[in-house]
Design a protein around this ligand. Structure first.
Ligand SMILES: [Zn+2]
Length: 169
């Protein structure tokens, strides 16, 4: 349960988002070690991707699990109070993310989403990033809640909002 009142939480999230966050820095340093060249915060691209690899045509978003609603993730909690405030806010964020990603793809970019909770395991994240960037596929890096092992799903599924259970049925 979220211990901050909504306004306070909102202010915290805004402050977190507005700077170069620690998760972003970790992904950048990993990419650097892997020998990839990149640019930051391309203002001219939809959604201002956190990291852009022009040579590979990949735009990377480093998404906080709470704010961007990482499905099935323990960090994507919903505050118990003021849901009439939070739920539309979450919905707008998800819609904005989808729109930005779709526009980027229309412009010929592949989009990779790195969930914040996937960053802890640097070696798994590194192999995911190499696979994504190397193959030019649009994938999502996130740990599977059950095993906490990193998996990469097709972005199409992510954008369709599918959960593993829904795929099975
Ligand atoms: Zn997460």
């Amino acid at each position: 349960m979220d211990t901050f009142p909504p306004e306070k939480r909102s202010a915290i999230m805004r402050r977190v988002r507005s700077t170069n966050t620690a998760p972003e820095k970790r992904v950048r340093s990993l990419l650097h070690k892997l020998g990839f060249r990149f640019r930051l915060h391309r203002n001219d691209l939809p959604g201002k991707p956190d990291i852009v690899l022009p040579k590979h045509h990949v735009a990377v978003f480093v998404h906080g699990c709470f704010w961007h609603r990482h499905q099935g993730c323990p960090h994507a909690t919903t505050p118990a109070s003021r849901q009439e405030y939070w739920l539309p806010k979450f919905k707008r964020t998800i819609e904005r993310d989808r729109k930005n990603q779709s526009e980027l793809r229309q412009q010929g970019w592949n989009v990779a989403v790195v969930w914040e909770c996937a960053i802890k395991d640097a070696s798994n994240l590194a192999s995911d990033l190499v696979r994504i960037i190397g193959h030019g596929e649009s994938l999502v890096c996130h740990p599977q809640p059950a095993s906490m092992a990193l998996v990469a799903d097709k972005l199409e599924d992510y954008r369709a909002g599918k959960k593993p259970e829904e795929n099975a049925s």
